[in-house]
Design a protein around this ligand. Structure first.
Ligand code: SAM
Length: 305
């Protein structure tokens, strides 16, 4: 297995994982200009297209051994809130995988999404379409932490092979990495915890965290996260989302994780180029597939090449 294409390439977690697994990504597509520009800055050797992949002309895409795709997850994730019409459009992005596979019939497919992708009303029909094209499908749910990423992030990976039966894949079991490894206490802009205007909810979380972990810990700043108590720095952090979510507490001061820390907590190297805007960087990081998870998955499937 030597070449791949990356649909819905985003920041490039799958492309970076492929690069680490010595598979060359020839083509990457996404509809966001920022995503395409950032991907191109990190992977200049790939051909890039910026378009709605519902509209892609798959005959213009180079032949490849592995089709990798992370269709939009916004219509599947349980945290998506109230149903909105655009969720339907987002779910339909998965059909681009079928169109591309029908056109090119690559020997291998790798599709990544949130685990709730398998609850999609059309999941069975989508699988049936790929099976009709001759693929045996092996869906697994793996945690990026088991691939050495200092973050718990469960994702469904659907492997497609032209084998008679679905392939068996070894579950990752790397030692867990502590989030502490990627934190830099000298970086970022800190603020005093006990300042006027700080919400009572935040202060309650800090108190609970201190009781459990002492002076230094991470905690979700918004949402329910892992409850009120935060997390020890000695374990992987909880899932990184598209909005700034994790705060770092150090004694009397606190701050949100920096882009560099979020980048490292996603398993990208510190030198990976991100958009200048912190909000855009975090949005793309929160959408990405951690490169070590993609690398592990590609190495697992290539044993069947
Ligand atoms: C789950 S993210 C994939 C992230 C990517 N695997 C990574 O590691 O960064 C889905 C991506 O699909 C893009 N997208 C959503 N709808 C699209 C469409 N109709 N056509 C092309 N790209 C689309 C989004 O901009 C987003 O970057």
């Amino acid at each position: 297995m030597r070449t791949a294409i990356d649909l819905f390439a985003g920041l490039g977690g799958n492309t970076e994982g492929a690069r680490r697994a010595a598979v060359r990504v020839l083509w990457a597509g996404n509809h966001s200009r920022t995503a395409v520009d950032t991907h191109a800055a990190n992977h200049p050797g790939a051909m890039h297209v910026c378009q709605d992949l519902h509209q892609a002309d798959w005959t213009q895409v180079p032949a490849h051994d592995l089709l990798i795709a992370s269709p939009a997850c916004t219509g599947h994730t349980p945290a998506r809130g109230k149903e909105q019409p655009h969720h339907d459009a987002a779910r339909s992005t998965a059909w681009a995988v079928v169109s591309a596979a029908e056109c090119h019939r690559p020997p291998f497919l790798l599709v990544e999404n949130v685990p709730a992708f398998a609850n999609w009303q059309l999941y069975g029909a989508w699988c049936a379409a790929l099976i009709t094209l001759g693929y045996a499908l092996s869906p697994v749910v793996w945690d990026a932490a088991d691939c050495g990423v200092p973050q718990h992030r469960k994702r469904i990976l659907i492997f497609g092979t032209r084998t008679k039966h679905p392939i068996e894949l070894p579950t990752p079991a790397a030692p867990h990495r502590a989030i502490r490894d990627v934190l830099d206490f000298a970086a970022g802009s800190w603020s005093v915890i006990d300042r006027p205007g700080r919400s009572a909810r935040t202060l309650a979380r800090v108190r609970a965290g201190r009781r459990q972990y002492g002076d230094r810990f991470v905690m979700p700043y918004y949402g329910s996260g892992s409850g009120l108590t935060g997390r020890s720095l000695d374990r992987p952090i909880g899932t990184i989302t598209t909005r700034a979510r994790w705060a770092l507490v150090d004694g009397h001061r606190m701050r949100m994780l920096t882009s560099g820390e979020n980048c490292a907590a996603m398993g990208f190297s510190r030198s990976y180029q991100l958009p200048e805007s912190q909000a855009k960087a975090l949005f793309m990081l929160g959408n990405a597939n951690p490169p070590p998870l993609a690398e592990y998955a590609i190495n697992a499937i290539r044993r069947h090449a």
